[in-house]
Ligand binder design. Structure first.
Ligand SMILES: Nc1nc2c(c(=O)[nH]1)N[C@H]1C(S)=C(S)[C@@H](COP(=O)(O)OP(=O)(O)OC[C@H]3O[C@@H](n4cnc5c(=O)[nH]c(N)nc54)[C@H](O)[C@@H]3O)O[C@H]1N2
Ligand SMILES: Nc1nc2c(c(=O)[nH]1)N[C@H]1C(S)=C(S)[C@@H](COP(=O)(O)OP(=O)(O)OC[C@H]3O[C@@H](n4cnc5c(=O)[nH]c(N)nc54)[C@H](O)[C@@H]3O)O[C@H]1N2
Ligand SMILES: [Mo]
Length: 676
């Protein structure tokens, strides 16, 4: 039997699945061929969801820490004891003593019901801000009013050039590839600007490899050339924008030779970029998210927005500065699900969670972690583990024993997507929403999250808080939808919401002025320069740490969700090293190396790369072992705009070491002993 369902992974592509269950119980997932983006293919991460569902390592029963051991307990006992912890905290310090930490580990709409539970307690402490993309979201809000993307079809049919700027589409957004190919087959040029090597760069007409965190300089220097050459869209600047004169005057600060030195991009390539934006029309820019995880990440995105807008690529078919699809977030009635009105919430920032916990008054006594793995994913994770050790009761809801679950007092098993019903979506790219329905029954005693919170509300003596079932919740959330659209969603497995294919085509923007804002009063009010500006004095520097460590997203799996992949499990991560590092330090492919900075160190296997910026180390985030996670290397500094972690501002050093002993469980300090 075939069942239509959907992928809930936090990703651009948001695929629709077809699931088939074999007689042996094995689940085969494939892409729904009718879905306009999925088009019948899915990636390894999607397929792994079936493997994760059936994995032997899955957590199937409620677990309680007793000394050094995990003991299986009944749901009834788990609910009673956790409800007692909640009640005690409410009595002793009030609702701010309960922290709910969550992230987008699942894009299911009903997952927000857990917020409803905490708000109904009067409020709670809650994680806000982003480890992911907030600086860029805010940058585009200053410029456009909202971060919106063109439809993939529009790019495929109309772009004359595509600039993939800091997005690793071949790994993180694979369903973009056919659309890029379609444009290339028409003769569109492809340019890839990336710090790390990328498969797509090999298929591009041109690849540019800037030093990490310096793309804003590159964009503004290219814009300066466009200004001087007169390669501007005068009509756009006059009729559809404000503040161009302010930005134009500011561009004199970017001397081409200096920019070339800071970015490691030769002047000819800066000119190439200027000419591309200045003379080709239309240019479609696909922005990545990694690029704004730096101290000046927000300014970087504004600089690129300005380059594309001033040269006339905004609001036209085949153009756009595509970062996210925020209009999609409004398709359902969130308040009907979460009922936040009136709740008294103490905010803690995801990027600085450890520091916020340590400073909290009243202290957090109960911490809930849902659909996330903060110990692996939050910067400065060493300090986070320390801060969590002070919390009396930590409850983690997940399907696996994650790095965070290992620090918990209770681990509660939730369902895998193939065992549950929900509406799933992301706001990263296209405008389709999908329907997830159960393919197989829950394993063990796993429950959907909303049921766990329903039971907890009952254990607290407040069953009315969470009264409802899947059907009634979905109906409430989609109450503005006509009935036939809800039916289409259920029957086809997805609907396309019909976001405009070409945003801003009517020249009206959602900014305060209604125009594209090269100079933004809102940015100035928030304490930033009104126009995009990069200050070279803010680039990180440390004479003892000559290289940059980029802990980017894994090629073959999602973040820390690597439990079912044997190749991801070893005690040593892979460190991909730029060519200058290898030359400086006498390292060859396959050598053992010690990657370190002032906060952490690991022994890793070296892989020397030929392309990419030559002084960058790439390691895949989500790995943990040797007593650390890779976020032990990162600091909790914020990017300039919004509330965004700047975890890519991370300097390091690398040295060659002897092969670790077979059975060595290298810890940070043991690792030092291996140094050659
Ligand atoms: N396979 C896989 N796909 C995923 C995910 C995953 O974990 N695995 N995660 C999903 C999520 S949550 C997200 S947010 C997206 C992220 O999608 P991406 O933005 O594509 O991925 P990141 O790992 O954030 O960023 C990596 C890219 O940014 C580039 N980069 C980093 N710093 C700079 C810089 O200073 N300048 C330039 N020009 N380039 C730079 C690197 O070269 C690299 O190619 O991917 C989603 N898709
Ligand atoms: N150094 C560094 N740090 C980073 C990044 C980076 O590039 N470098 N990237 C950042 C980015 S872009 C993001 S988006 C964050 C992501 O941070 P997280 O969302 O914390 O990352 P994941 O490792 O995907 O963890 C998601 C967890 O949710 C679980 N899960 C899945 N579905 C459900 C469900 O329905 N209910 C519950 N309770 N659990 C579920 C999964 O099993 C998994 O353990 O990480 C950020 N951290
Ligand atoms: Mo993300």
């Amino acid at each position: 039997m075939k069942v239509k369902t959907a992928c809930p992974i936090d990703c651009y592509d948001a695929c629709a699945f077809i699931a088939e269950v074999g007689e042996d119980g094995e689940i085969r997932l494939s892409g729904n061929p009718e879905h306009p983006i999925t088009r019948g293919t899915i990636c390894n991460r999607g397929r792994q969801l079936a493997v994760r569902r059936n994995s032997r390592d899955r957590v199937l029963y409620p677990l309680k820490r007793e000394g050094d051991r995990w003991t299986r307990i009944s749901w009834k006992r788990a609910m009673r004891e956790i409800a007692e912890e909640i009640q005690r905290t409410l009595d002793e310090v009030g609702h701010h003593g309960i922290l709910h930490y969550y992230d987008w580990g699942s894009g299911g709409l009903l997952k927000s019901l857990n917020q409803r539970f905490f708000y109904a307690l009067g409020g709670c402490s809650e994680a806000i801000g982003s480890l992911c993309w907030d600086a860029g979201i805010r940058a585009q809000a200053y410029d456009f009013g909202l971060a919106n993307s063109h439809s993939p079809e529009d790019m495929a049919e109309h772009a004359e050039a595509i600039v993939v700027w800091g997005r690793n589409v071949a790994n993180t957004n694979v369903h973009m590839i056919p659309f890029i190919r379609q444009a290339q087959a028409r003769g569109a040029k492809l340019v890839v600007i990336t710090t790390l090597p990328q498969d797509l760069a090999r298929r591009a007409d041109k690849a540019i490899y800037p030093r990490p965190g310096t793309d804003g300089l590159l964009a503004l220097a290219a814009l300066r050339i466009c200004r001087d050459e007169g390669w501007l869209d005068r009509a756009f600047l006059q009729d559809r924008a404000i503040g161009w004169e302010d930005l134009a005057a500011d561009l004199d600060r970017y001397d081409l030779d200096e920019v070339a030195r800071w970015t490691d991009v030769p002047v000819e390539d800066i000119r190439f970029l200027a000419e591309l934006y200045g003379k080709t029309k239309p240019v479609c820019t696909l922005l990545g998210i990694g690029m704004q995880r730096y101290a000046q990440g927000g300014q970087t995105i504004r600089a690129i927005d300005a380059l594309a807008a001033a040269t006339g690529h905004v609001g036209i078919p085949g153009g756009g500065v595509n970062y996210a699809q925020r209009q999609l977030g409004r398709f359902y009635d969130e308040e009907a699900i979460i009922n936040r009105r009136g709740a008294d919430v103490r905010e803690m920032l995801r990027p600085t969670l450890a520091a916020d916990l340590l400073a909290a008054d009243p202290p957090v006594q109960v911490m809930f972690v849902t659909r996330s793995n903060p110990v692996a994913q939050v910067p400065d994770s060493g300090r986070l583990r320390e801060a969590m050790a002070h919390i009396r009761c930590k409850v983690v809801i997940d399907t696996f024993m994650t790095a965070t679950a290992e620090c918990a007092d209770y681990v509660l098993p939730c369902t895998n997507v193939l065992e549950e019903e929900d509406v799933v979506y992301t706001t990263m790219w296209h405008d389709c929403v999908s329907y997830a329905r159960p393919v197989v029954p829950p394993r063990g005693e796993a429950k959907p999250e909303w049921e766990i919170f329903r039971d907890l509300a009952a254990a607290l003596g407040r069953p009315e808080i969470m009264e409802g079932d899947v059907d009634s919740w979905i109906r409430r959330a989609l109450r503005r939808w006509p009935a036939d659209k809800v039916n289409e969603l259920r029957e086809r497995g997805f609907v396309r919401l019909g976001a405009p294919s070409v945003p801003w085509q009517d020249g009206r923007f959602l900014t305060p002025s209604g125009k594209f804002e090269f100079a933004s009063a809102a940015a100035a009010r928030d304490g930033h320069s009104a126009v995009a500006r990069i200050d070279v004095g803010r680039f990180p520097k440390d004479a003892n740490l000559p290289y940059t460590l980029l802990t980017v997203h894994p090629r073959k799996w999602q973040m820390s969700q690597r439990d079912t992949l044997p190749e991801a499990k070893g005690p040593y991560p892979i460190a991909e090293l730029g060519s200058e590092i290898a030359a400086d330090r006498g390292i060859q492919d396959g050598d053992w190396v010690h990657v370190r900075n002032s906060k952490a160190s690991v022994i890793a296997r070296a892989r020397v790369t030929v392309e990419g910026h030559p002084r960058v180390v790439r390691m895949e985030i989500g790995w943990h072992g040797q007593g650390v996670t890779l976020n032990d290397f990162t600091s909790d500094g914020l990017a300039d705009f919004g509330i965004q972690a700047a975890q890519y501002d991370c300097l390091c050093d690398v040295v060659r070491v002897a092969a670790p002993h077979e059975n060595a469980r290298a810890s940070g300090s043991e690792a030092l002993a291996h140094q050659v």
